[in-house]
Ligand binder design. Structure first.
Ligand SMILES: [Zn+2]
Length: 493
């Protein structure tokens, strides 16, 4: 008898954003062909008895093979980053084609695409970082690139070398509106951060732990408010990256309550770390330095609540790998102040196990017994919907067979040595988690199984994306922008 399918994963529990059920999963030509009990034969069969069969993770915020504004190359290549991501249960990531001041965006994206094509072994897309919003970028390159399938733009409201002020921010929001792209924002008040950093260093408070203080918590809520006000003026949907404070989550809740299209993410570092993690001898605390910094226990609680309520829709890693040596964190030498130390943590490989442990194994109370659904939704289904990745983020007939098979009972202690990225450390070392992704397939092909890598660099595919539903304006204009109420001024065309 000839096999009906290329692959059948038999006997597992299939997870989705809206419930889990016992089913076999059949794969043909790289796609999910059928779900059900007692499906016909596959050329290959995988026994998933006692396992969870879940959509592969989609990490929508990862800095890979990217040069920082300060000129530091991050530690990972596409090959190492996507290897690490795959070992952590991911099948898709979105990284950043980063324009710096003076650079041509078209050339930045073309050059970056070469690196990704060569190295990636899971599927990928890019956000376009715009730091040079000049006429060519705004009028020519962005419309063309969005049209080609790069339907999200990232803007920084802080960092000296890449920040975009209020007026060019409005230009970018309008461009995104006209060509239907999502605007993703690193939103913190630049003046407050730079003033605090200067004051702390002047007074001799230079250890890594002072980094946490140097981004005062109000700098987040202030920037969120300013950003949301600008987005409301143009009726342009936004995604607020890496929410870290309870007040920030509250600002987002209020905006969504007013019907604005404000999406947001948080990251494991804000759910599992606090500022006390930076309080280590010497420069050791640099390993826990990221921006915004980890906050307090009360913020963790507020962020879990915001995830459960849907105010925050995704959890990404914000993987930003700098080694703990002179090529990375310590490039300013052994006497660096916190202002001279690169901000960023690795996290591609630990994001899903940490969340699985908290949501599924420990059963965070905010999710009232629906932890597995929440896990799938926050890490795969919602990211695919918001960033418009058709055929990704769920195991449904016709969808890509991007699958992570989890052993929910496997206990693992996270260590630096077990990680597959090139950072050399993980801020989560020493933590024990229950549940681990043991077998990861992209479009039906093994990427990780039996603790080994099976995919070749370059096997990952670029995913062209249009703006989709999330990036579509609401159609409700504030009075200043509405020609029926502003003396006929048509400003949005
Ligand atoms: Zn980032």
């Amino acid at each position: 008898m000839t096999a009906n399918y290329d692959l059948v994963i038999r006997g597992g529990t299939v997870g989705s954003a809206t419930g889990s059920f016992r089913a076999d999963v059949a794969v043909k030509d790289g796609k999910v062909a059928a779900l059900g009990i007692g499906l016909g034969e596959g050329t290959r069969e995988i026994d998933a008895t006692g396992k969870f069969v879940l959509p592969g993770g989609i990490d929508t915020h990862a800095h890979v093979e990217q040069v920082s504004a300060g000129g530091l190359l991050n530690a990972d290549t596409f090959e190492s980053a996507t290897t690490s991501a795959a070992f952590g249960g991911n099948t898709t990531l979105i990284s950043f084609a980063a324009q710096h001041r003076g650079l041509d965006l078209r050339k930045v994206v073309d050059d970056y695409a070469v690196l990704a094509r060569r190295g990636a072994l899971i599927d990928y897309a890019f956000h376009l970082i715009v730091a040079n919003p000049d006429a060519k970028t705004i009028r020519q390159d962005l419309p063309a690139l969005i049209g080609e399938g790069h339907a999200s733009i990232k803007v920084f409201m802080t960092y000296d070398l890449i920040k975009v002020d209020d007026e060019p921010l409005l230009d970018l929001l309008l461009t995104a509106r006209q060509h239907r792209a999502l605007i993703c924002v690193h939103a913190e008040n630049h003046g407050m951060i730079s003033w605090m950093g200067r004051k702390l260093v002047e007074k001799g408070y230079v250890a890594p732990k002072y980094h946490a203080i140097s981004h005062p918590r109000g700098s987040e809520a202030e920037a969120f408010n300013r950003l949301i006000t600008a987005a409301e003026l143009l009726d342009q949907p936004i995604m607020i990256f890496h929410v870290s404070t309870a007040e920030g989550a509250q600002v987002i809740r209020d905006a969504r309550g007013r019907g604005l299209k404000v999406f947001s993410e948080t990251c494991p570092q804000y759910l599992f770390l606090t500022r006390h993690d930076l309080d280590k001898p010497g420069l050791e605390g640099a390993k826990w330095m990221c921006s915004p910094p980890p906050r307090e226990q009360v913020d963790q609680d507020a962020l879990w609540q915001a995830l459960a309520l849907g105010d925050i829709q995704t959890v990404s890693s914000d993987h930003a790998p700098y080694r703990f040596d002179e090529t990375g964190k310590l490039s300013g030498g052994p006497n660096s102040t916190f202002k001279q130390i690169a901000n960023g943590l690795p996290g591609l490989e630990t994001r899903l196990p940490l969340l699985f442990d908290a949501l599924v194994s420990q059963g965070r109370p905010e999710f009232a017994g629906r932890g597995l659904d929440a896990f799938v939704n926050l890490t795969a289904t919602a990211p695919a919907e918001i960033y418009n990745l058709p055929g990704k983020g769920a195991l449904l007939p016709g969808y890509d067979a991007d699958i992570a098979i989890w052993d929910p009972a496997k206990q693992v202690t996270i260590t630096d040595a077990a990680m597959h990225d090139l950072t050399g450390f993980t801020p989560f070392a020493g933590r024990s988690v229950t549940g681990w992704p043991e077998h990861v397939l992209v479009r039906g092909e093994d990427v990780v199984s039996g603790g080994a890598l099976h995919a070749a660099p370059g096997s990952g595919r670029w995913l062209a994306r249009t703006g989709g539903h999330a990036a579509t304006p609401t159609g409700r204009l504030v009075a200043d922008m509405d020609p029926q109420r502003n003396f006929g001024a048509a400003l949005l065309d």
